[in-house]
Ligand binder design. Structure first.
Ligand code: ATP
Ligand code: MG
Length: 479
């Protein structure tokens, strides 16, 4: 492998850039290499045109080389991280990361390494996986030479995830690498080598020293992989899942009472997740799939004559979402609210399947789901995981009907993102009262009248209605 010359088939912009960087390094008497993701993705035939971050390693100071490169490229945007010995240059759409080759040693209780300058070999030894430890020399004398000390190319061909050195040492030094190994297996659909897998199982508990933000970055990449169940299956098997989302592990298992079994909610959840992944790349819709049944274990009951029930798991699951998001280091903003809403509403469309469902029930769901109605329907359709194809077809057809009704009602009544046509101020004026909880009650009454189709969804009708009902509330207020 050592004599392999590559770099024949990379975009012109990258090629010019690499040659320039090689020259700058040469003039400074330094060696420079492209390393990691870029080299890996090139051999995987992944579209490297889309790569935005490229990693360079130099024998010497990464910061010094970055400064020289930035000057030559006239790139003004450079960030230096002195404590890590790294620097980042922004050049066009690219983020160029420079690091000095280093040797790292770790203490057991911390992931902050003691860092010393090292050779390229030292640097490759400290990388997480063989497929991420390949590099290309950029200096003019050896331009394009592949340096692949751990047979990364072979592992790419055999589709194997493996650590460059003894896995226990690699994972002891930085336990996040266990999660990265599974992340790459899931993203690339690779196998984790037996010895590497065994070490992860043995050392899963060490993940506890890793910050939730770093964990979340990797978990989200697993969630976004083409078939995310692949990653979650490995997370369960290695017990890494137990470390950051034990609630999901509790979904595993099937109980049987009086010959009746419920389905295994863990595998069901993964099927739902894969189903969503087939039709959407949205990270948060995928998280909604992961969490939609999360509260099934504590709501599980066996009811004679009915069978297994999970009554209220939708509401309880929604209640858990903020706590889970906070613990996982996921954003506590409207994205969390979105997941929470989908978890809370995920059973509602099923209740609308029957022919006798009134427009009123449809309006209420539209009102509650708002702009999330389409995503909710994707989740509900993904939630159909029966092995019986006839049943699946029947359920999907039912949802076709629900969607038709939703469309009809929406076109007629414009309930999505509904706002009460009557304001609080108007109610106060009409009732001749100041701010009080009463105003909310009157508003709700108007809302109910519109949702139930008693009055049309417009200002005049709502105002007329307010005039009609106001006396009932005046009395309440005085009493
Ligand atoms: P991606 O396509 O996700 O960016 P990548 O391989 O570029 O994949 P990065 O997280 O950008 O991943 O890391 C760049 C390189 O740095 C990796 O290829 C690997 O060589 C090395 N690396 C990153 N994180 C670690 C780690 N925790 N331990 C050891 N090496 C790491
Ligand atoms: Mg990268």
């Amino acid at each position: 492998m050592q004599n392999n010359r590559a770099l024949i088939d990379i975009p012109d912009t990258h090629s010019r850039l690499f040659k320039t960087i090689g020259k700058v390094a040469e003039e400074a008497g330094m060696r420079v290499f492209v390393v990691g993701g870029y080299v890996r993705d090139y051999y995987l035939n992944r579209s490297i045109e889309q790569i935005t971050d490229i990693d360079f390693v130099t024998v010497g100071s990464g910061i010094e080389l970055a400064e020289k490169v930035a000057r030559t490229l006239r790139a003004e945007n450079i960030s230096v991280f002195k404590q890590f010995g790294t620097a980042q240059v922004k050049y066009k759409e690219l983020e160029l990361e420079f690091v000095g080759a280093r040797k790292e040693s770790y203490r057991r209780d911390s992931r902050k390494p003691i860092v010393e300058d090292g050779t390229l070999e030292d640097d490759q030894l400290r990388r997480d996986l063989t497929i991420n430890a390949m590099s290309w020399c950029l200096n003019p004398d050896n331009y394009g030479l592949l340096i692949d000390p751990f047979e990364g190319i072979q592992d790419l061909k055999r589709r194997v995830i493996r650590t460059p050195i003894d896995p226990e040492t690699t994972f002891e030094d930085d336990p996040l690498r266990m999660l990265r190994a599974i992340r790459f297996a899931s993203q690339l659909d690779f196998y984790v080598a037996e010895e590497t897998l065994e070490s992860i199982k043995k050392m899963a508990g060490r993940l506890s020293i890793i910050s939730k933000e770093r964990i979340a970055d990797e978990v989200n990449k697993i969630v976004l992989s083409p078939v995310p169940s692949k990653g979650f299956d490995l997370l369960l098997e290695t017990e890494l899942l137990e470390q950051f989302l034990p609630e999901m592990v509790k979904l595993v298992g099937v109980d049987e009472i009086k010959g009746q079994r419920h389905k295994d909610n863990f595998w069901h959840t993964l099927e739902v997740l894969d189903n969503v992944a087939k039709v959407s790349d949205d990270l948060w819709l995928r998280w909604a799939a992961i969490l939609h049944d999360i509260a099934k274990p504590p709501t599980k009951r066996f009811v004679d004559g009915v069978g297994w029930t999970f009554h209220g798991h939708d509401a309880l699951g929604a209640k858990w979402v903020p706590r889970l998001f906070r613990r996982l280091g996921l954003p506590m903003d409207e994205r969390m609210k979105y997941v929470q809403k989908l978890v809370r509403l995920h059973l509602r469309p099923i209740a609308l399947v029957s022919d006798e469902v009134s427009d009123s029930a449809i309006r209420r769901l539209l009102y509650e789901a708002g702009d999330e109605i389409e995503d909710l329907m994707i989740l509900c359709r993904a939630d159909i995981t029966s092995k019986n194809e006839w049943k699946v077809r029947k359920f999907q057809k039912n949802f076709d009907r629900v969607e038709r009704r939703i469309k009809e009602v929406e076109e007629k009544d414009k309930i999505r993102n509904w706002k009460n046509p009557i304001s609080g101020e108007e109610i106060m004026k009409e009732l001749e009262v100041g701010p009080s909880p009463l105003i909310g009650k009157v508003k709700d009454r108007i809302k109910d009248a519109i949702m139930d189709g008693e009055i049309p969804n417009d200002y005049d009708a709502a105002y007329q209605y307010l005039v009609e009902i106001k006396d009932q509330y005046k009395e309440t207020d005085l009493s």
